[in-house]
Design a protein around this ligand. Structure first.
Ligand code: NAD
Length: 486
């Protein structure tokens, strides 16, 4: 590894517990979206490297005295050590992530640098508490034992928007269950995966249990269909999810899919947005609008529509846009030039379909480089317009009026997606009643975020299965019953 002030060059891949030479000279060069400058270089894994990684994971899984056979307490101990090692490197990981994907450093610190250790400790505790085997009395007079066995070799495919957090909602439960893994980071965010590997090695994760193959989608597709893989955990776009789901369907291979969203925020007439500005920004715009569950369709009661539009405009226009590594930055750049062009196209379409921009809509005048776009609010949007139906994945909000609460709920549920959602109001009983009627995998009240102790995931085109909580552990376990087992 060569490190200069600005860039890191890696020349090897982490496979089978060792640093090995890649099969080709192809490289991935992530770019800092705040500066448009390269931030480093790593080898690009190809199919041969994936073969080696799957083989190493397979051997580690099948080893009779290996990781999968260890008792829960022994695995939990190493997982906790892994958490310690990651924590030591939390600041470095946060900087690596922010300089590759533009996440404001104030967010990447706790989320990318801090959350992985939280997830590892949670699942270490859970596997210790649950153990592997439970005894049941048996209905027909013979006792049974139900075993929660690891599902096998896991292929984990991760996107760039939360490269560490979304890797660890797979890694933590999979390791706790006793699985071995091949992780494929997204080409935009590869440097942090090397720090992850260093931490795993320092913690004593046995050779082959965790392998990393930085690569693009073709190699990802090859990994998904690899004969040595037993389960796929994927987070990314709905389009890629459909393709991965169909491969897994053909192979009858278990798969968890966390996909896109177009979530709704329903403002009740007593919503107090000014005093919840931080929560509102977090639920609608965090990570520069590049979070799957953001509530980018905002339903406001018609009687108070102008007042709510003004409040939202005030909150959004006060956000500080700047370099992701500046601690004062609240909105950083989009991940790439391509992504900014996509967002700008949506802004054009929003205007062409009759939307009215109340703030934003342009590239910020004070920044002469970087893939920035001002956080943008559209008023006078209808729920059937393009910017209310499609996932933009940028800082663009659409405020839509409603007449009755039944109308608001019907419009919120009228979406291809079903990931998140939120309800805003001072009467939390009333907000809870509305939350119960939203057809998604999760809803927040005056807030939206996930909680590692409870399941997270989507319905409809937002995905299949759940991550996090005990349900996220069960997703990496096969159940086996032994009958007549005293
Ligand atoms: P993407 O689907 O293009 O890529 C995600 C990852 O999958 C990358 O590692 C990519 O290389 C790989 N990949 C792409 N196509 C593949 C294929 N056919 N087979 C195997 N691997 C493949 O998504 P993206 O643009 O990088 O990420 C943004 C998307 O992720 C958004 O749609 C967002 O909503 C979604 N997302 C969902 C969640 C969630 O938990 N539901 C969380 C974050 C992001």
């Amino acid at each position: 590894m060569i490190v200069t002030d600005e860039t890191t060059t890696q020349t090897q891949l982490y496979i089978g517990g060792e640093w090995v030479d890649p099969s080709t000279n192809n490289v991935i060069q992530p770019v800092n979206p705040s500066t448009e400058e390269p931030v480093g270089q790593v080898p690009e894994a190809n199919e041969k490297d994936v073969d080696r990684a799957v083989e190493a994971a397979r051997a580690a899984f099948d080893e009779p005295q290996g990781w999968a056979s260890w008792d829960a307490g022994r695995r939990a101990e190493i997982i906790e050590r892994f958490a310690d090692e990651l924590e030591k490197r939390g600041g470095e990981i946060a900087r690596q992530v922010s300089s590759q994907n533009g996440m404001p450093i104030s967010m990447s610190g706790p989320v990318e640098g801090g959350f992985p250790a939280v997830a590892l400790r949670y699942y270490a505790g859970l596997i210790r508490e649950q153990g592997i085997e439970e005894q049941r009395a048996g209905i027909f007079g013979r006792p049974t034992r139900v075993r929660h066995e690891p599902v096998g070799v896991v292929a984990a495919i991760v996107p760039w928007n939360f490269p560490q957090a979304l890797a660890f909602v797979k890694i933590a439960p999979a390791l706790a269950a006793g699985c071995t893994m091949v992780i494929k980071p997204s080409p935009e965010t590869v440097l942090d995966s090397y720090t992850l590997a260093e931490a795993a090695q320092a913690a004593g994760i046995p050779a082959g249990v965790l392998n990393i193959v930085p690569a693009g989608r073709e190699v990802g597709a090859y990994l998904v269909g690899h004969p040595g893989v037993d389960k796929v955990g994927f987070t990314g776009s709905t389009e890629a999810g459909r393709s991965i789901g169909s491969t897994c369907g053909q192979l009858l291979r278990p798969v968890t899919l966390e996909l896109g969203g177009k979530s709704a925020a329903i403002l009740l007439d007593d919503a107090d947005l000014p005093s919840l500005a931080a929560e509102f920004v977090d639920a609608t715009l965090q990570n520069n609008g590049q979070t799957c569950y953001l509530c980018t369709r905002i339903f406001a009661p018609r009687a108070k529509y102008n007042e709510f539009v003004d409040q939202i405009t005030d909150i959004v226009s006060s956000l500080r846009v700047g370099d992701a590594l500046d601690p004062a930055t609240q909105v950083g750049p989009l991940v790439s030039e391509r992504q900014r062009a996509r967002v700008e196209k949506y802004i054009e379409v929003g205007l062409a379909e009759g939307g009215r921009i109340t703030t934003g809509g342009k590239r910020p005048a004070h920044l002469d480089r970087g893939y920035f776009i001002e956080p943008t609010v559209f008023a006078d949007v209808t729920n059937d317009s393009t910017i209310a139906r499609e996932e933009i994945f940028g800082p663009v909000l659409a405020v839509i009026p409603y007449d009755t609460i039944d109308d608001a709920i019907a419009m919120a549920n009228d979406s291809e997606f079903g990931l998140g959602g939120s309800v805003w109001g001072q009467d939390t009983e009333r907000a809870l009643e509305v939350a119960r009627r939203i057809q998604t995998g999760g809803v927040g009240i005056n807030f939206y975020s996930h909680d590692i102790g409870s399941p997270f995931g989507g319905v409809k085109a937002s995905g299949l299965g759940r991550e996090q909580g005990p349900e996220g552990l069960a997703a990496y376990q096969n159940l086996k019953t032994i009958y007549n087992a005293p």
